[in-house]
Design a protein around this ligand. Structure first.
Ligand code: NAP
Length: 277
């Protein structure tokens, strides 16, 4: 694969709806160029999950990123789904191996890669805000890495269902004031551009969490992170996780190690130019 990949132009793509705002084409394009890897990476806005698989086969797309709203629905069209992606119930990566399409989820490995640069995970406690696909990926990955997550979500049935799938604690939003943990991770979209004045939790409780991470990366410093910094917490944006989940995709597609620092600088430059911080 490596030798073949170095000599031909390979086709990669992002599928979702919408896709115009995505930084994946910029990040992956820059990574491939830096690696000297002849490849194209295009974004396609499609209307249903069947179109994703049809286009991958028709255009001989070697690997794809999958984003909202197809991460769950595309699974039913694949030949195979990796065990972790199956447990999460969402796929963000497809690898095309000679016409056989397999789905993976790199959000969990991306999160762990990023957290490992920042804090210890084993033996540490985490409060996860949200119970969607990103939260499911986070909970599974944290448990596998020796952490103890507690899930807090607006829709309590979803918090309960997530917690029951992975054997962890859960609670309603009202419980947040009674919790303490080594790290709080926001997996909700609350505070994302353009609604940058919103925050997913009451500021007065942030002191219960010495470390606060937001999976949102636009803006780089969300209202949650600004409030947490003011409360004396150590903060981390979603940029690092975004870079590492993308880097893990490139590893799955090419079996090569991508230039993670270069990818991070590329993404940060664009976000800072757009006034994302
Ligand atoms: P999702 O499946 O739609 O889940 C969203 C979760 O947020 C749900 O649990 C939802 O609660 C909750 N939520 C939404 N709006 C809310 C509100 N106004 N108040 C309280 N809770 C609210 O989305 P996802 O795929 O998990 O993605 C979530 C976020 O993570 C997005 O911002 C995405 O960009 C980010 N993300 C970042 C990375 C990265 O690499 N940095 C990777 C993946 C995702 P209910 O259950 O009550 O609806």
């Amino acid at each position: 694969m490596k030798d073949r990949a170095m000599n031909e132009s390979a086709v990669f793509a992002l599928f979702g709806n919408p896709v115009a705002q995505s930084l994946s084409p910029l990040m992956h394009g820059a990574a491939f160029a830096q690696m000297g890897f002849k490849a194209t990476y295009s974004a396609y806005q499609v209307n249903d999950a069947a179109d994703v698989v049809h286009m991958i086969r028709e255009r001989e797309i070697r690997g794809a990123s999958i984003t909202i709203p197809f991460k769950e629905t595309v699974m039913g069209f694949l030949d195979d789904v990796d065990k972790s992606a199956s447990a999460i119930g969402a796929v963000n990566t497809i690898v095309n191996r000679d016409g056989r399409l397999k789905g993976y989820n790199t959000d969990g490995p991306g999160l762990i890669h990023d957290l490992a640069e920042w804090i210890a995970i084993r033996g540490k406690s985490f409060v996860i805000l949200g119970a969607g696909g990103a939260a499911r990926a986070a909970v599974l990955a944290l448990i596998q890495a020796g952490g103890t997550p507690v899930v807090i979500n607006r829709t309590v049935e979803k918090a309960r269902a997530l917690a029951e799938s992975f054997g962890c604690r859960w609670g309603p939003p009202a419980e947040i004031g009674r919790l303490e943990a080594d790290c709080l991770i926001n997996t909700t979209p609350v505070g994302m551009f353009p609604e940058t004045d919103r925050t997913p939790m009451e500021t007065k409780f942030l002191v219960h969490f010495p470390c606060v991470m937001d999976m949102i990366y636009n803006p780089v410093k969300t209202r949650l992170l600004r409030d947490a910094e003011a409360a004396g917490c150590v903060i981390r944006s979603g940029v690092g996780m975004f870079v590492h989940q993308g880097a893990e995709q490139i590893r799955l597609w090419t079996e090569m190690e991508p230039p993670r620092e270069f990818m991070r600088r590329t993404v940060l430059e664009r976000l800072e130019k757009n006034g994302g911080d």
